[in-house]
Design a protein around this ligand. Structure first.
Ligand SMILES: CC(C)(COP(=O)(O)OP(=O)(O)OC[C@H]1O[C@@H](n2cnc3c(N)ncnc32)[C@H](O)[C@@H]1OP(=O)(O)O)[C@@H](O)C(=O)NCCC(=O)NCCS
Length: 151
């Protein structure tokens, strides 16, 4: 019998993230709101987590320095989303670990993100530290920069 919990990670295109990116991060907004600048750059990559061939989690990694933290080879995490019914089961942490492994292989020294305030406890559990104060991203809500040194 097939393992009902079989989980695989794949590198996917930006548009392939939309079935999770849209309902989780841009609910009620037009599909076009799912497009992030830099989504299709050569240096950008997108992770898809699949359970029995169904996409249940996504994350996008963009090569963007954050000189206010450290002026080093850095990536930004964007579009981190787990399908609503799969949240709180450890999948987000697994995707972050997978992303960090790929980034370390590339020699990336810093991973940072604009964390939704509601996601601060999650990123803290994943070993990320807050930097600076809370700011508002228009139409999305309050955020804070968080980061982790890699390698
Ligand atoms: C935030 C999100 C990516 C986290 O993924 P997840 O799969 O639900 O989280 P996990 O189950 O991997 O949690 C990992 C750890 O963080 C903790 N955690 C996660 N969310 C938490 C919360 N809101 N409050 C407190 N702890 C939390 C878990 O308890 C777990 O702790 P443990 O390692 O001690 O067991 C996911 O819930 C999500 O997509 N939320 C909606 C979209 C969103 O906010 N994305 C982030 C935008 S910046």
């Amino acid at each position: 019998m097939k393992d009902q919990k079989e989980l695989t990670f794949k590198l996917i295109s930006a548009i392939e993230t939309y079935p999770v990116r849209h309902p989780v991060l841009r609910a009620g907004k037009p599909l076009s709101s799912c497009e992030f600048s830099g989504d299709n750059l050569k240096t950008t990559f997108h992770i898809g987590a699949y359970q029995n061939n169904q996409l249940i989690g996504v994350a996008s990694l963009l090569q963007v320095k954050n000189t206010s933290i450290l002026n080093v080879f850095a990536y930004q995490l964007r579009g981190m989303a787990i399908a609503n019914e799969h949240q709180g089961k450890g999948l987000g942490k697994k995707i972050i670990n997978y992303a960090e492994t790929i980034l370390k292989e590339k020699g990336v020294l810093l991973l940072w993100m604009n964390a939704r305030v509601s996601a601060i406890p999650f990123y803290t559990k994943c070993g990320y530290t807050k930097s600076g104060s809370i700011f508002d991203i228009q139409k999305v809500g309050p955020h804070v920069v968080m980061f982790k040194k890699l390698n």
